[in-house]
Ligand binder design. Structure first.
Ligand code: BGC
Length: 384
């Protein structure tokens, strides 16, 4: 069932920021200037898609799904991957602006480094949609398509709480946090969502953070890479867990969880694994879930996310101003939200999809999405 949260924005919170109502009119101006009429032949329209990196499994999936879906809808697509390098992404996006794409759909490498480039997009009347990651410090962004990022962190923390019955269990558990890249706005949301749930248990002493690292900046993982997560966790284990077990690794996503699992195997011998969280449903992590090395992943159906993005972009290019009513026509469960994601310039109108917890006993759910299949032994999952 679709839920609709056309959330009210408190005037007190707005301060000098642009109100979303005021901004939506400017976005409609931009989009209507950009598309002369809804009868325009869409084969003439090109979507510029800028993805952060092909090295991380999920962005390949996003890039592939987005390209296929836009092309099936009759659009041309210019797709780039920026090697996780903000300078490269600025070059890529500038190239698309020079090529006069009709709309930019961007998953930022670094939330804060695109504002100058996007000024040129604005001057050229090219609408900009932030995909999965919010772009900060610019009013050029008109819409944000993502999952509820705070909910992802909350689901990871609630999972840990429930698995260990932390509200009633008198034992003390050692926990470490592993967050994502500090330049990705989502990384802070995931961390905040999880920390908010677990903080009372840290305060009460049920959870013990032996490293003392409870601030986002202390646990961020550069580039979200497994290598950096492994390196950081190896140091943490050697320094703080020489004579103790790590019971919980609250990892923000699967690439960081993979690094943590490798560190545990190397430093601790790999006979016992902490309760490790993740996000994305990456193939190697799903294998680790089957093998008992990782406890869960938060699944975000990227196929749904890309189809919502396609629908919002199509509406913009037809001269419409997507708003709350659009969710009724979307195929996925989506919340329209105008008061959660402030990029420092304004609250960005957001379409937020709903994430799902997946454990070993729920792998069939992934197969049912059509995005995965069982291997020939029906033991592990593969990409379908
Ligand atoms: C995405 C996650 C992903 C991470 C690393 C985040 O912005 O929301 O799904 O795991 O980036 O690529």
């Amino acid at each position: 069932m679709k839920k609709l949260f056309a959330a009210a924005v408190s005037l007190a919170m707005l301060g000098s920021l642009t109100a979303c109502g005021a901004d939506s009119s400017s976005s409609s101006e931009k989009s209507s200037e950009n598309s002369s009429s809804s009868s325009v032949y869409i084969g003439d329209k090109t979507i510029g898609i800028s993805m952060p990196a092909s090295e991380l499994e999920r962005w390949n999936r996003d890039g592939e799904y987005l390209k296929n879906q836009f092309e099936s809808a009759g659009y041309k697509v210019e797709l780039t991957y920026s090697n996780n390098d903000p300078a490269q992404q600025n070059l890529d996006v500038n190239g698309m602006i020079k090529n006069e794409v009709d709309l930019l759909l961007i998953a930022a490498v670094d939330a804060n480094s695109l504002s100058n480039t996007l000024e040129s997009a604005k001057e050229s009347n090219i609408p900009v949609v932030a995909y999965d990651r919010l772009i900060m410090g610019t009013d050029a962004v008109t819409y944000y398509i993502s999952f509820d990022n705070y909910a992802v962190g909350r689901l990871q923390a609630e999972f840990v709480k429930n698995m260990l019955s932390l509200d009633t269990n008198p034992a003390t558990y050692n926990i470490e946090f592993v967050a994502g890249d500090a330049g990705d706005n989502n990384a802070k949301c995931f961390f905040d969502g999880a920390y908010e749930v677990l903080k009372p248990l840290i305060t009460s002493g049920t959870l013990n953070v032996a490293s003392g690292k409870t601030e986002f900046d202390q646990v961020a993982t550069k580039g979200w890479t497994s290598e950096n997560a492994e390196k950081n966790m190896t140091e943490t284990l050697n320094t703080f867990y020489a004579d103790a077990d790590l019971d919980i690794a609250l990892c923000a996503n699967d690439s960081t969880a993979l690094g943590v699992t490798r560190a545990i195997e190397a430093v601790k011998g790999g006979s016992k694994f902490p309760l490790t969280t993740g996000q994305d449903g990456d193939i190697e992590n799903l294998k680790n879930i089957v093998d008992g090395k990782q406890a869960m992943t938060v699944y975000k159906n990227v196929n749904d996310e890309s189809s919502v993005a396609v629908d919002v972009c199509k509406a913009i290019l037809s001269g419409n101003t997507p708003a709350a009513s659009l969710v009724e026509s979307l195929s996925a469960e989506v919340n329209y939200d105008t008061s959660s994601y402030n990029n420092g310039k304004k609250y960005v109108q957001s379409y937020l999809l709903v994430p799902t917890v997946i454990t070993k006993s729920e792998l069939q759910f992934l197969v049912d999405t059509g995005n995965y299949k069982w291997d020939s032994d029906k033991k592990y999952l593969e990409k379908s």
